[in-house]
Design a protein around this ligand. Structure first.
Ligand SMILES: [Zn+2]
Length: 57
């Protein structure tokens, strides 16, 4: 099975249950970035998201 990239927002913010999972890293980062901006008002760079928030499952 291919690796999937996962962002579990609940581990960042206790009251958010947003989860992204995608086999496409670019897509996962894009969705994560959009969610962080729109729902949390926070700007992350691709690298920050990749290194600090994205899990490979
Ligand atoms: Zn969230």
């Amino acid at each position: 099975m291919a690796d999937a990239y996962k962002l579990d927002c609940e581990s960042e913010s206790a009251d958010c249950r947003f989860i992204i999972q995608s086999e496409n890293e670019t897509e996962a980062i894009e969705l994560a970035k959009k969610h962080m901006q729109e729902d949390h008002g926070q700007d992350y760079s691709d690298d920050e998201l990749r290194e600090a928030h994205l899990q490979v499952v």
